[in-house]
Write a protein that binds this ligand. Structure first.
Ligand code: ATP
Ligand code: MG
Length: 394
């Protein structure tokens, strides 16, 4: 059975009132972006609170289209459908029987017809349509039976300007379309957590930029490529990502040289946040995102997070804060970042880690030790910003 159109359902949340068109326009925009990845030609139309995708070309790959649309935030369901013209009820019945025959070669199924009449001048009521079409299907296929409570197949028939018929419903990711909230800067490392954090915030409609702190030659080109690859995976959901690659080596070395080694990670983390915020402010981001989770490592205890957070004036979104590692892994597997995340390339934090990093840093002491950096740190930060390499990841 080949479908030439899809009905796209979206969650009701956030689409009421005057903001509705903003939501719909953003959704259409993101759907266009997703369909651009697919072979074939498509057009999208909005009609009475519904969005439809029409297949314009002769050829397209059904699985590819469904897969790509199921990554568009804001979509609750994707329904491949057939579109019929109103040529009388007899003809409708015939077409519906044909649809059931093609869509369900095995007829040992139960079904229920669910008609909706958006066009009230249609000669039959919804109830009458249900009964009449149900009868025609029963007559055509002796093995099939009706189950009004828990049918295998819920056959939807929507009488609008055209008549839409569908019964296959593929779940979408939910959430809000990208572009309906502001933009935020994701601190993206090569690990498991930060891509998941980016996904979760993007799912609420937030556009994402990213920054990666690279420390060559201590971190390799392959480690950087891994981050680009992760950004690519996140971009499948979040749209194009501007990835800022910041050379962090000199800053890291300088901290290593001047500060106590058990405080290295925490001071480094403070400088990462500071620099990320500087780029964020220059690029109209109104928040930062990290993959931190309380207690996961020494730099993510409540005390450490408080000290790290202190350098930021923008809100820092930490969607994984209460998640266990296994729950984060589960999401990363579901969204397709896990395989890349576990590739064994060193990240810049692991090279210089102390054997016994502080777990309860004191802000006053950390600040005191940071004064050892006064001579050169501003210049090093400026150089890092000046040599920012921006990669547009699609
Ligand atoms: P992840 O799995 O995301 O790498 P992690 O468990 O390794 O996290 P940390 O290394 O403590 O944890 O990093 C905490 C957060 O800081 C990360 O989730 C990420 O948002 C950010 N971060 C860490 N290292 C980098 C880096 N090299 N570049 C950009 N952001 C980083
Ligand atoms: Mg990491």
């Amino acid at each position: 059975m080949t479908f030439k159109a899809f009905l796209i359902k979206y969650a009701e949340i956030g689409v009421k009132g005057r903001n509705r068109y903003i939501f719909e326009d953003a959704l259409v925009q993101q759907m266009k972006y997703a369909l651009k990845r697919c072979d074939g030609e498509f057009s999208i139309r909005k009609e009475q609170g519904r969005i439809y995708v029409d297949v314009v070309s002769d050829y397209y790959d059904y699985d590819e289209v469904v897969e790509n649309l199921s990554r568009v935030f804001g979509i609750s369901h994707i329904c491949p459908m057939i579109q019929l013209e109103d040529e009388g009820f007899e003809k409708l019945g015939k077409d519906i029987v044909k649809y059931m025959d093609e869509a369900y070669p095995d007829k040992k199924i139960t079904f229920k017809v669910n008609a909706r009449r958006a066009r009230k001048n249609y000669p039959l009521t919804s109830m009458e349509i249900n009964q009449a079409l149900g009868g025609m299907i029963l007559d055509a296929f002796p093995e099939i039976s009706v189950d009004v409570h828990n049918p295998d197949v819920l056959l939807s028939v929507e009488i609008r300007e055209h008549i839409y018929v569908y019964s296959i419903v593929v779940p979408g990711p939910g959430g809000m379309p990208i572009g309906t909230a502001g933009k935020a800067m994701l601190l993206l490392s090569g690990g498991i957590d930060s891509p998941v954090a980016g996904y979760m915030i993007a799912k609420r409609g937030v556009k994402i930029d990213a920054v990666y702190f690279h420390a060559p030659p201590y971190t390799s080109e392959r480690a950087k490529q891994k981050v680009v690859d992760l950004a690519k995976e996140v971009a499948k959901y979040a749209g194009p990502i501007y990835l800022h690659v910041i050379n962090f080596t000199d800053i890291q070395m300088y901290i290593y040289e001047k500060c106590p080694h058990d405080e290295l990670t925490i001071i480094m983390r403070r400088y990462m946040m500071k620099i990320a915020e500087m780029i964020a402010k220059e690029t109209e981001c109104i928040g930062l995102i990290t993959g931190e989770s309380i207690g996961q490592v020494a730099s993510q205890t409540m005390h450490s997070l408080a000290v790290t957070n202190e350098v930021c004036t923008l809100p820092v979104y930490r969607p994984l804060i209460g998640f266990d590692k296994k729950d984060i892994i589960e999401i990363s597997e579901k969204i397709g970042t896990y395989e890349t995340s576990i590739l064994p390339f060193e990240d810049c934090c692991t090279i210089f880690v102390a054997k016994h990093p502080v777990t309860k840093p004191s802000l006053a002491i950390i600040k005191k030790h940071e004064t050892h950096l006064e001579e050169k740190i501003d210049e090093l930060v400026q150089t890092a910003l000046d040599t920012d390499e921006v990669i547009i990841v699609r």
